[in-house]
Ligand binder design. Structure first.
Ligand code: ARG
Length: 404
């Protein structure tokens, strides 16, 4: 009886207005929760900036007066921005496209070069290169068909990774040849007190990959600089180093973990001659006997001096099975290393090439960094090919330090 009365009172206590309040409060809580979830899943998508250039060919700046120049310039900029806006709003990337801005218009002999920065927001699971290709294709298609502006479609370039302007003409560092201008725009020279010590490879506008052993004697950024271009003197561009990240497990004289990252200050602006290379995925595989390229300012023979001019050589990947044979390197080849060169010798990296790139080209002429010049017995000797730090093995380590 007591129970019944109790229940009765409670039921009566929940007046309709109270139920309404409870429902409203419940809905509010649910709404806020959903809102927060949506907010966080959207803000998980970072803004991404893509830089592209193209040439507007009928845009001669016949400027007699400052004023007409300025007027024309503003017009062109606006027309270009509208064109890019339309391009992406009408494309299947419209949900990801945010905006664009023409950051530079440069008069050239037969037109104007437009530098555009495009902003997108993507979910973070797709490779940047894949997106770059999509963006490039969409722009290319539109530019070819547009009447609003006469744009040379083949002039379109998205400043992605691993692209260069010079075609490959490599015969075959030791036994190599001088590199043509802009052929290896990711190659850098690491210098201590202005003396070349090692090679390094540009992987973003601030980060380079190199070998850990380069910093054995000078582990702090003091005194270190990085230069770009096909000659050390004069350099095309020079930067200070603000941070050196040597692999925490590198212990000289052991040769495992021979990898380091270097951060530049200030960042570089990509040009035809200074560009980043692409990094492979950790799971990428490159079969033995593939032709790869090594570049560096290193010595031409064992005991020789570093060179002022960048050199290149084509070599072949050598399987671990072959490289671990007793007459080659046997047990000295351990995890995170691979061999490249020829068992007959001749073409090889040498002192001063350390830290520099071993690269490969895919079917779309995009270049990838596979190895870092690490060590070798002498240079170019029979059965003693070059040994390289394997980038795929350290791919996650690189990502963890640089976010790339
Ligand atoms: N460790 C050398 C350096 O400091 C480069 C070794 C490469 N040697 C070779 N035979 N592949 O520059």
């Amino acid at each position: 009886m007591y129970r019944t009365v109790g229940l009765d009172t409670k039921t009566r206590g929940l007046a309709p207005w109270m139920i309404a309040v409870i429902v409203v409060v419940g809905l509010l809580i649910a709404g806020i929760t959903i809102g927060l979830l949506v907010y966080f899943s959207v803000s998980d998508q970072k803004l991404e900036y893509y830089h592209g250039t193209f040439k507007i060919s009928d845009a001669q700046l016949n400027a007699n007066t400052e004023q007409s120049y300025a007027y024309h310039y503003k017009d062109l900029r606006e027309m270009s921005e509208i064109l890019v806006d339309e391009t992406f709003m009408d494309s299947n990337l419209n949900k990801h496209y945010i905006k664009n801005q023409v950051v530079k218009l440069t008069p050239e002999i037969d037109g104007m070069r437009a530098d555009v920065v495009m902003v997108f927001q993507f979910p973070s699971n797709e490779k940047r290169e894949t997106r770059e290709k999509k963006i490039h294709n969409i722009l290319h298609q539109k530019i070819r068909n547009t009447r609003a502006l006469k744009i040379n479609a083949s002039s379109l370039q998205l400043n992605g990774c691993g692209k260069r302007v010079t075609p490959t003409i490599v015969n075959r560092i030791v036994g190599g040849e001088i590199a043509p201008k802009a052929a290896w725009p990711w190659q850098a020279s690491l210098q201590h007190n202005n003396v070349h010590q090692c090679g390094a490879t540009l992987i973003s506008n601030t980060w380079l990959v190199t070998a850990a052993h380069c910093f054995k004697n000078n582990p702090t950024p003091n005194g270190w600089t990085v230069s770009f271009g096909t000659t050390i003197n004069p350099p095309l561009m020079k930067r200070n180093i603000k941070r050196i990240v040597v692999h925490e497990r590198y212990r000289s004289p052991a040769r495992e973990y021979d990898i380091a990252l270097v951060q530049l200050s200030p960042q570089v602006t990509f040009t035809e001659d200074v560009r980043r290379i692409c990094l492979p995925d950790a799971s990428d595989y490159f079969p033995p006997t593939s032709t790869v390229y090594i570049t560096g300012y290193g010595a031409l023979l064992y005991g020789g001096d570093s060179q002022n001019e960048l050199r290149q050589a084509a070599v072949e990947l050598i399987s671990n099975e072959i490289c671990k044979q007793p007459q080659v390197y046997g047990k000295e080849i351990t995890y995170g290393m691979f061999c490249a060169g020829f068992l007959e010798g001749i073409y090889d990296a040498c002192r001063g090439d350390s830290g520099g790139p071993l690269v490969v080209k895919d079917s779309t002429d995009t270049w990838y960094l596979l190895g870092i010049v690490s060590w070798g017995d002498n240079c170019g000797r029979v059965n003693k090919p070059g040994v390289y730090t394997q980038i795929t093995y350290y791919r996650k380590w690189i990502a963890s330090k640089t976010g790339l």
